[in-house]
Ligand binder design. Structure first.
Ligand SMILES: Cc1cc2nc3c(=O)[nH]c(=O)nc-3n(C[C@H](O)[C@H](O)[C@H](O)COP(=O)(O)OP(=O)(O)OC[C@H]3O[C@@H](n4cnc5c(N)ncnc54)[C@H](O)[C@@H]3O)c2cc1C
Length: 403
């Protein structure tokens, strides 16, 4: 019987893991199944562009994985039983198993279901605020912005990377709107002096009102209310204060961190269940100095490569790699014509250099396009389709090393 590897989630991390596994393992020995709720690959790093009214290219997963040996299953994961080693699925219309069996069994699981917007349980956010952590939310925000006339008031809450990218994209696309940004501390506090200066200059140029040291305590249909008792009028509030792991992992016996992410070791393997690997936003791995890697495709894609190489090494009796993961830069778009490339240490602390402007915007665009290209074209991985070994518990007939 073939070794069944099931990959949950075809975002940056899951799709990268699936593509790499297909290049590392022999198709006679393994069955690779990739499960995703949507038939398309969603470029999450461009969802602020979608929300602002730009159209994104359709990226059908069926095309991306045609001829790779990976079986694509478009279905929603509703649960994982890590003791029985099964995954429960519902079809796209929510009916159990509408487009195939309602349960998938695995020998090895790669969990990559990503994250969603974190409302931090602030009152009114779920009812009144928009988010753009997923395609559905970005499309709803797009509709809301389109319905606003000149002078419509938009308040983006959250001064992190997503908030900055969202507020600049909206202000640039819709100069007729009254756009504000509410941040808890100093604007761009984690950036270098050069990065902060550039950011402030761009927000000034785009006419964005910045409310610093503003803790939002409630969102209503017409405003955001601050902990200090202030009110900022909002026809549309956009909530970008971070991402939270999906609750599916929390309903399993997997060991989680206090943030609900799956705790993994340096090989991306669950610390509680050795037949489960977790990558991307769903997992918490440590950076070079022991700090958790932040949710990003900058770390999610390398996590996926590492997990795939470890799965392959363990199944084929190869050397188990322990490549340290770290950062080089943060590429922050500021609309279509501007950006900041904030260079960072491997543990994500700002260095002095933070070039900004048109060239930086081009570079950022290359990074986004390159991230998609890397996921969609695993051809950069050398083909080493090794045969499984006896130690893996799956003994193939024939040779020790395949084509
Ligand atoms: C607006 C925006 C801008 C960003 N910009 C950057 C950036 O510039 N640089 C950067 O590094 N990061 C950026 N990020 C963060 C980055 O997009 C995420 O960290 C990255 O997408 C995580 O990859 P992932 O594969 O873990 O999750 P995802 O890309 O979210 O993939 C998860 C996949 O799982 C699927 N899924 C979820 N639940 C289920 C289910 N129950 N059943 C079946 N399938 C399911 C989803 O459909 C999706 O395909 C940005 C995010 C946003 C929202």
């Amino acid at each position: 019987m073939k070794h069944r590897i099931v990959i949950l989630g075809a975002g940056y991390a899951g799709a990268s893991a699936a593509g790499r596994l297909a290049r590392r393992l022999h198709p006679d020995d393994v069955e690779l199944t990739l499960v995703n709720a949507e038939p398309d690959f969603v470029e999450r790093v461009r969802l602020h562009q979608l929300a602002a009214g730009q159209d994104l290219k359709a990226r059908p997963l069926a095309d991306m994985f045609a001829g790779t040996g990976v079986t694509l299953r478009v279905a929603r994961v509703t649960g994982v039983d890590v003791d029985r080693r099964t995954v429960a699925l519902a079809g796209a219309d929510g009916a159990p198993g509408a487009d195939g069996p309602a349960e998938l069994a695995y020998d090895t699981l790669v969990y990559a279901l990503g994250s969603s917007a974190d409302d931090h349980q602030v009152p009114g956010v779920a009812e009144h605020a928009h988010e753009l952590a997923g395609r559905g939310g970005a499309l709803r925000l797009r509709d809301r912005l389109a319905a606003l006339g000149p002078g419509g008031r938009v308040v983006v809450v959250g001064g992190g990377l997503t908030g900055i990218e969202a507020v600049t994209e909206i202000a640039e696309t819709r100069p007729d709107l009254d756009v504000a940004l509410a941040v808890r501390g100093d604007l761009g506090a984690w950036l270098s002096d050069a990065g902060r200066r550039h950011l402030r200059g761009v927000l000034d140029r785009l006419g964005v009102t910045v409310h610093e040291h503003t803790d939002v305590a409630r969102v209503t249909a017409t405003a955001v209310e601050t902990a200090a008792g202030g009110t900022v009028p909002a026809d549309a509030a956009v909530w970008t204060t971070g991402f939270a792991a999906h609750p599916i992992a929390a309903a399993t016996a997997l060991e989680l961190t206090d943030r609900g992410r799956i705790a993994v070791d340096a090989t991306m393997r669950s610390v509680s269940h050795p037949d489960v690997y977790a990558v991307g936003d769903a997992a918490q791995a440590d950076g070079p100095l022991g700090n958790p890697l932040r949710m990003s495709c900058a770390s999610g894609i390398p996590m996926a490569w590492l997990a795939a190489d470890n799965v392959a090494a363990r199944l084929t009796g190869g050397r188990v790699p322990h490549t340290p993961l770290g950062y080089v830069h943060q590429c922050i778009s500021l609309g279509r014509g501007d950006a900041i490339i904030q260079f960072v240490t491997s543990d994500d602390q700002a260095r002095a250099a933070a070039p900004g402007g048109r060239l930086a915007a081009r570079y950022k665009e290359m990074v986004c396009a390159g991230a998609y290209w890397t996921v969609a074209h695993p051809i950069q991985y050398p083909v080493r389709r090794r045969r499984l070994t006896a130690a893996s518990g799956e003994v193939p007939a024939g040779s020790a090393v395949g084509a």
